[in-house]
Design a protein around this ligand. Structure first.
Ligand SMILES: CC(C)(COP(=O)(O)OP(=O)(O)OC[C@H]1O[C@@H](n2cnc3c(N)ncnc32)[C@H](O)[C@@H]1OP(=O)(O)O)[C@@H](O)C(=O)NCCC(=O)NCCS
Length: 284
């Protein structure tokens, strides 16, 4: 095998990283890689061969001392089954500053993470819909959905940190910057949740959604999806069964399942019962 160097990547590597993700059939754009490379609390590592080509990657985002999120674990097909991902994930896990390391695993990635010691602690269900119809008249008396206002920022950050059990300021600011629409959920004029949607060319991804209850989360989905004729996807933690039932009853269908895995300790911090949709499978 070529001599390979373990490196930390920078902005100039975003195009080569997009080529790497394309080699395994992922559609991760140069812009998404650039965002990951620029996040102040994160790092992108991987292997580069002598010609300069990038043949493996893994990202780590640190949310304070209690939690870190691992993602974008990819090995170029012609370099697979040589231990690259295993070495890389072990390296990245050791470079994290303690606390739980969590990730969303594909079917392909699951045996690799199990071998390193990660345990399955839950699941994420991807729901999709071209259109749906939700009756929420009974809910609207309790909650109100309002457009996000800049003055809501600190409350939204506080809600997010409390829910996730870690300081995700950089990631949430990025989600807000890339969002096409963001809403808050209020009860008696107090913000008790928020949600956002990002429009792609053909698909809109709804998430993250933080809410006090499943009814509140459903109301946020309804408002975020309004006046949008793209296909909608939402990644719901599988334990949020009431929201899953509500969305399926109004036209969403199950598209795929992924595993939530974590390492040392396996218990995720925060008030996870308030997390009704994750931002993306790229990071938690
Ligand atoms: C998953 C992936 C990153 C593994 O990369 P890799 O460099 O080939 O993995 P390694 O060689 O380090 O494998 C380490 C161990 O993981 C397990 N493993 C890796 N790939 C596996 C596969 N396709 N099927 C079963 N076990 C696998 C094996 O136990 C392997 O040890 P072994 O070869 O001694 O049996 C690679 O297949 C890939 O890029 N897949 C597409 C993208 C993806 O799904 N990434 C995971 C995101 S969660």
């Amino acid at each position: 095998m070529d001599a390979l160097n373990l490196c930390r990547f920078t902005d100039v590597d975003s195009t080569a990283l997009a080529e790497l993700s394309k080699s395994v059939g992922w559609t991760t754009t140069i812009e998404t890689w650039r965002d990951l490379l620029r996040l102040g609390n994160g790092a992108v590592y991987g292997y580069r061969c002598r010609t300069g080509e990038i043949v493996a990657s893994a990202t780590i985002l640190r949310y304070g001392s209690a939690l870190a999120s691992l993602g974008m674990v990819i090995t170029k097909p012609s370099y697979q089954r040589r231990g690259l991902a295993k070495n890389l994930v072990s390296h990245v896990a050791h470079s994290s500053n303690g606390g739980t390391i969590a990730l969303i695993a594909t079917k392909e990635g699951l045996p690799l993470y199990s071998k390193i010691g990660f345990k399955v602690t839950g699941g994420v269900t991807r729901l999709a819909a071209d259109s749906f119809s939700m009756k929420t008249s009974a809910l609207t008396t309790r909650y109100k959905v309002e457009p996000f206002n800049k003055s809501d920022l600190e409350v939204v950050h506080a809600l997010d940190s409390m829910t996730m059990g870690g300081a995700r300021r950089d990631v949430l600011d990025l989600c807000l910057k890339r969002a096409s629409r963001c809403c808050t959920l209020t009860e008696d004029k107090k913000i008790v949740g928020f949600g956002l949607v990002k429009h792609g060319l053909k698909t809109s991804q709804i998430g993250p959604i933080v809410a006090a209850t499943a009814d509140g989360a459903a109301l946020l989905v309804k408002h975020l999806a309004a006046n949008n004729n793209r296909r909608m996807v939402v990644d719901v933690p599988s334990a949020r069964t009431k929201l899953l039932r509500t969305l399926i009853s109004c036209g969403f269908t199950r598209e795929s399942e992924a595993s939530l895995m974590s390492l040392n300790p396996e218990n995720l911090p925060g008030r996870r019962e308030q997390l009704f949709a994750i931002a993306s499978r790229v990071y938690l």
